[in-house]
Ligand binder design. Structure first.
Ligand code: XMP
Length: 511
């Protein structure tokens, strides 16, 4: 079956990734590219979407690409700033609106009979977020819909498959937004809905075979979803030429190294478990600054991994579990990530000196798609549903310096908490959970004895991508039982607190 691609030209809107997600939900493949770095194969795309932007066409240096290669030649949907820019570019007029329009509005149709509006009801709620408005339509423009405050909420250009909307169809609050995208992409542009987890897995396996041939590939497994799905895809493509390395940094969850290693072996992966706990502990000795700890772990990992990879003779490729949000971020309109809050370490970020070519089978899909691809490959549901766990592991959940004793205490506390979530049916309702060992002792009483022991914090958050998060309202009964279990079972802890901070302003991990 033929796969059609949709090109999303990004003008820097915070919602651009959401457009891609909605399009993917329609089983349509799409790619985001910055408007100023369009892909070389633009002509292969079946339709184009222009995103919104924080800019105004009236500002000094707004995004102003030449649309003449696209407009009228390919089906085009322009969203928000895209719609304004299209008007501005094509002889219309954009000016400041009298009021800044932000929030819900309702559509009234001027041309309800348009295919563009099929299955969309009168009064449909849409989400507006703009301060400019289209005062005059471009040459050939035909108004299709208005809202109370926005006369030109939707228009098309006669004689072309060119449509423009002032509102954001990609956000959840535009209730028929996905239908509208489907009307445009499927009914107007004729894009095939053939992008499914199965089709992705099948074509990716073929691509890997063509790219890698009979070469050997090295991959660092972390126990997480991304590296596991990447490994299974590669394994299906090249079998035992895939060499996986799973490093125990001594900062994993209780029994995680042996349990996950067994699971990997059961899946038929060619995996070597390397216990380097001692080396990591040494690298961390005496360090208590969060960034220093992160860097020490990152460096130790690179050394261990490099030494192991060198033992695999003739390895030519390094496979990484990079996923699409990382790729979008690194080539974004604004040129990449903003201020470094925390220097991340994960098994993906290995340095150039390894001189290996890179293969990244997941670089074009989102996290939820990775899970669905994993399911279609038959990977165990429990493994696919695992909470995210940071590369530096428990080291960034032990505040201050790290000792083997502290790691052991936190592993026990974490195990009580996580197992409790599982047995109470709460694990899958939480995006991420873990325990944090605080660098303070507090006074308690056990039996008739005074105690002076450690305090632990529990953290459970809801999120979709880790960028923002809110604490989970876990039932009091659950917290009560968990707190009792921890204090009774884990020697050295006499107090449990629950973290009720959202991100921002806090972060998910404490360090
Ligand atoms: P923060 O603490 O920045 O965490 O709110 C957001 C998400 O990222 C995870 N995290 C990491 N993952 N290497 C990783 O692979 C890291 O160094 C790292 N630091 C934080 C964190 O667990 C959460 O899911």
């Amino acid at each position: 079956m033929q796969q059609h691609n949709v090109l999303i030209l990004d003008f820097g809107s915070q919602y651009t990734q959401l457009i891609a997600r909605r399009v993917r939900e329609l089983n349509i493949y799409c790619e985001i590219h910055p408007y100023n770095k369009p892909p070389k194969n633009s002509s292969d795309f079946k339709a184009v979407i222009l995103s919104g932007s924080p800019s105004s066409v009236r500002s000094e240096d707004p995004p102003h690409p030449d649309l003449s290669e696209i407009r009228g030649k390919k089906p085009l949907l322009a969203v928000c700033y895209g719609a304004q820019y299209l008007a501005h570019f094509s002889g219309g007029l954009v000016g400041q609106s009298n009021t800044r329009e932000y929030g819900r509005a309702n559509l009234s149709f001027v041309k309800k009979e348009e295919v563009f509006f099929e299955n969309i009801s009168v009064g449909s709620q849409v989400w507006m977020s703009h301060s400019d408005t289209i005062k005059e339509l471009p040459t050939g423009g035909l108004r299709l819909a208005s809202t109370h405050d926005v006369e030109n909420a939707a228009y098309k250009i006669l004689g072309e498959d060119t449509y423009a909307i002032q509102f954001h169809p990609e956000v959840y609050h535009s209730t028929d937004g996905k239908q509208l995208l489907e009307n445009f992409l499927v009914k107007i542009a004729g894009v095939a809905q053939t992008f499914t987890p199965d089709s992705f897995a099948e074509s990716t396996i073929k691509d890997i075979q063509a790219k890698v041939g009979d070469d050997k590939v090295v991959l660092g497994l972390s126990g997480g979803v991304d590296s596991t799905v990447a490994a299974v895809l590669l394994h299906k493509a090249i079998g035992t030429n895939l060499h996986c390395i799973f490093v125990n940094n001594g900062l994993l969850r209780k029994n995680e190294f042996s349990d996950v290693l067994k699971q990997y072996e059961g899946m038929g992966l060619n995996v070597k478990g390397v216990d380097a706990s001692g080396r990591f502990m040494k690298a961390l000795a005496g360090l208590s600054d969060p960034e220093a700890k992160r860097k020490a772990i990152g460096n130790a990992f690179i050394e261990v991994f490099d030494a192991e990879a060198n033992q695999i003779s003739d390895a030519k490729w390094l496979a990484q579990g990079t996923i699409y949000p990382d790729v979008i971020e690194s080539v974004s309109v604004n040129g990449g990530p903003s201020a470094t809050i925390k220097s991340h370490h994960n098994v993906g970020g290995l340095p150039d000196f390894m001189k290996l070519k890179i293969v990244e089978p997941l670089r074009m899909i989102f996290k939820d798609e990775v899970r669905r691809v994993g399911a279609s490959l038959g990977i165990d549901k429990e493994l696919l549903g695992r909470h995210p766990f940071p590369g530096p592991g428990l080291a960034i959940r032990i505040l201050g310096d790290i000792t083997p004793e502290k790691v052991a205490i936190l592993q026990e506390v974490d195990a009580v908490f996580i197992n409790g979530l599982k047995t109470s049916g709460l694990y899958d309702k939480v995006w991420q959970a873990g325990a944090i060992l605080l660098p303070v002792n507090s006074v308690g009483v056990m039996g008739d004895e005074r105690t002076y022991e450690k305090v632990v914090a529990l953290r459970a958050v809801e999120s979709t991508d880790g960028m923002t998060a809110d604490w989970v309202n876990l039932p009091y009964e659950f917290l009560q039982k968990t707190s009792n279990d921890i204090i009774n079972k884990v020697k050295g802890v006499n107090r449990v607190v629950y973290d009720i901070s959202s991100k921002p302003p806090a972060t998910i991990e404490w360090e």
